[in-house]
Design a protein around this ligand. Structure first.
Ligand SMILES: O=C(CO)[C@@H](O)[C@H](O)[C@H](O)[C@H](O)COP(=O)(O)O
Ligand SMILES: [Zn+2]
Length: 199
C-alpha cells in the first residue's frame, strides 16, 4: 500500500539517523573545528557535488553567506555548481571530470576548505577537486556514504571524512543535509556563544 511505503521511508530515515549519531558526531565536530579555523583566519569554503549533492552545496553556501538560525556576520562560501558559463565552458573544452578541479585551482588558497560531497564516494569530478585542493594546501571535509568509495583513499590524515553508514543514495543524502545543518549550528554556537536564536 502506498501510505505504508511512504511511512517506511520515514522509519528508515529516522533509524539511520539514530544509528549514525554516535558514529558521526566526532568527525562532524572535527569538521566544525576545520571550518572555524578557516573562517576566523580569513579563509573561504568551496563546495562541490553532483545532482542532489549540488543542491546541498548551494544550500550550505546560502546558510554561510546568508544565515542559519541566528544573526551573525557573513561567512565566505562558494558553491562550485552554479556558474553555468564556467561549467559549460570547462566541460565542453576539457571534460566534465574537471568542472570542479579547475575552479578549485582558480579560487582555492592555502587555509581554505573544500567541502566535497558524493554519496558513492566515486564521482570523478569530486575526486579531482580533492586532488586540486591538496595542491592548493586546503583542508578537505569529505561527505560520503556506501563505505566511502574512492574518497577514502583520496583523503589525507589532515582531512575529515564523514561517511554515512548506508548504501542507498537517498538515505545518505538525508544524513548529509542533517550534517550540513549541524555544521552551521555548531559554527554559529562557537562564534556567537550561547545567544538566543532570533528566527
Ligand atoms: O539526488 C539524487 C538521488 O537522490 C541524484 O540526483 C544523485 O545526486 C545523482 O545521481 C548524482 O550524480 C550521484 O552522484 P554521487 O552522490 O555518487 O557523487
Ligand atoms: Zn535526490
Amino acid at each position: 500500500m502506498l501510505e505504508q511505503r511512504i511511512q517506511q521511508h520515514f522509519i528508515d530515515s529516522a533509524d539511520l539517523k539514530y544509528q549514525a549519531a554516535p558514529l558521526l558526531s566526532k568527525p562532524i565536530a572535527d569538521a566544525v573545528q576545520a571550518l572555524l579555523t578557516c573562517v576566523t583566519s580569513g579563509g573561504k569554503v568551496l563546495i562541490c557535488g553532483n545532482g542532489g549533492s549540488a543542491a546541498d552545496a548551494q544550500h550550505f553556501a546560502a546558510e554561510f553567506v546568508g544565515r542559519f538560525e541566528r544573526e551573525r556576520p557573513e561567512l565566505a562560501a562558494i558553491a562550485l555548481t552554479t556558474d553555468s558559463s564556467i561549467l559549460t565552458a570547462v566541460a565542453n573544452d576539457y571534460g566534465f571530470s574537471v568542472i570542479f578541479s579547475r575552479q578549485v585551482r582558480a579560487l582555492g588558497q592555502a587555509g581554505d576548505v573544500l567541502l566535497a560531497i558524493t554519496t558513492s564516494g566515486n564521482s570523478e569530478n569530486v575526486l579531482k577537486a580533492i586532488e586540486a585542493a591538496h595542491e592548493r594546501e586546503m583542508v578537505i571535509i569529505g561527505l560520503s556514504g556506501r563505505g566511502g568509495g574512492k574518497m577514502t583513499r583520496a583523503l589525507r590524515d589532515t582531512d575529515v571524512h564523514i561517511c554515512v553508514p548506508h548504501d542507498r543514495t537517498a538515505r545518505v543524502q538525508e544524513v548529509h543535509l542533517l550534517t550540513l545543518h549541524c555544521l552551521c549550528d555548531a559554527v554559529d554556537d562557537l562564534l556567537l556563544g550561547d545567544t538566543e536564536s532570533t528566527l
